[in-house]
Write a protein that binds this ligand. Structure first.
Ligand code: GDP
Ligand code: ZN
Length: 360
């Protein structure tokens, strides 16, 4: 078992530290959830990897799965080394979370990954690019305050890589887009920068686009420095334990949970209006049809935020997405206008020329 002296490499930072202080005073310790099992959790802690149960006091009383630990969560636990046991006492506030609605329930959410910093949205270049699907994944990321990065995979199977890159870059101005081929190990090193500062990355995309293959190549990165090699060897790469949160050689972490993979369910949603249907309903109720939802009187959106019925951060991500979309549309408009102008210039030049010829 490895000794984790430095929780920072598992993503610990000032955000969690601030909430942890009161627990530290009570002699509790912090750890990050690596795997969630039915009745217990595997944790990365300062004592190494531990299995821990939920402490009854806190959790038997709740049905709200939102309050239960999920992979990626930072939890506080009571360490009982003599009995070789650990009990999770609480979950520290999440910086970000990916959740989905529980089947058959419209309100109850299930956390599928917590504290993700960046999500790689993967589309395969050997298939038609589904822009609407990418847009939905992006909306989901923004909705959860996670930075989206687009990866176009299986470049080795595509003839017009550049055209597709341009198409995606134009569609999503302001979002990083990368071309990768896990098979040829191309484009993978450029992804290292997203892991810098011990960031946590999740991966999302349809089944078969190459998520597992890509994750495996990232876990193979040979960028380890000496001390990390030591750690890594101790851990044993042949280990049979399956982790859903994994340390990447060279720093940073990857989250890959079954729940994250099932987020594909969202593909059934009809774009933005389904993701942000509640907001779109509110907008219709604003007094002015051109309401910008800033300081206009009779704004239903502001009203709902004030009443606590709408999360302001959610509204911001909605606006952000719309902003990106309309930026693109504006750009298209401008391009169309320019093209139109060019066309007329040509026609008028042609007209002049024909007139000239006629006169001559
Ligand atoms: P996942 O379902 O998204 O996890 O996809 P997998 O990683 O299981 O990959 C699906 C299939 O695509 C497998 O047969 C892989 O060998 C293949 N594959 C993955 N990455 C690449 C790549 O970069 N190039 C090619 N040609 N095939 C790939
Ligand atoms: Zn309004």
């Amino acid at each position: 078992m490895i000794k984790i002296n430095n929780l920072k490499q598992y993503g610990w930072n000032d955000f969690f530290e601030a909430y942890f202080a009161e627990y530290a005073a009570k002699g509790l310790h912090a750890a990050r959830v690596a795997v969630e099992h039915r009745n217990y959790y595997e944790l990365y802690s300062e004592f190494g990897e531990l299995t821990a149960e939920k402490s009854g006091k806190l959790f038997y009383s709740t049905d709200d799965s939102n309050l239960l630990p999920a992979v990626g969560d930072w939890v506080v636990f009571k360490h009982m080394p003599d009995e070789n046991k650990a009990f999770i006492a609480d979950v520290l506030p999440r910086k970000t979370k990916f959740s989905r609605k529980k089947a058959g329930s419209t309100t109850e959410e299930q956390i599928v990954a917590a504290n993700v910093d960046t999500v790689f949205i993967i589309s395969s270049l050997n298939q038609d690019l589904n822009m609407r699907r990418m847009e939905r994944y992006m909306a989901l990321a923004w909705d959860n305050n996670v930075k989206p990065v687009v990866l176009l995979s299986k470049a080795d199977l595509c003839e017009d890589v550049f055209a597709k890159l341009v198409e995606v870059q134009q569609r999503f101005a302001g979002v990083d887009v990368h071309i990768v081929s896990a098979l040829q190990k191309a484009g993978i090193d450029e992804l290292l920068k997203y892991f810098e500062g011990n960031q946590t990355i999740a991966v999302i995309g349809s089944s078969g686009v190459g998520k597992s293959t890509l994750i495996n190549s990232m876990l193979d990165w040979e960028k380890m420095n000496v001390s990390e090699i030591g750690l890594y060897k101790d851990k044993g790469r042949h280990t049979t334990t399956h982790r859903e949160l994994t340390l990447v050689p060279g720093g940073g972490l990857i989250i890959d949970t079954p729940g994250m993979r099932e987020i594909q369910m969202w593909e059934g949603a009809e774009g933005l209006s389904e993701l942000f249907g509640d907001i779109e309903k509110l907008i219709v109720e604003c007094k002015f049809s051109d309401c910008k939802h800033e300081s206009e009187p009779g704004c239903a959106v502001k009203g709902a935020i004030e009443k606590g019925e709408l999360d302001e951060a959610r509204f911001k991500s909605y606006k952000k997405l719309l902003g990106e979309v309309s930026y693109f549309e504006r750009k298209q408009d401008k391009k169309a206008q320019l093209e139109e102008k060019k066309k007329w210039k040509k026609i008028s030049q042609l007209g002049k020329q024909i007139g000239k010829e006629k006169r001559e």
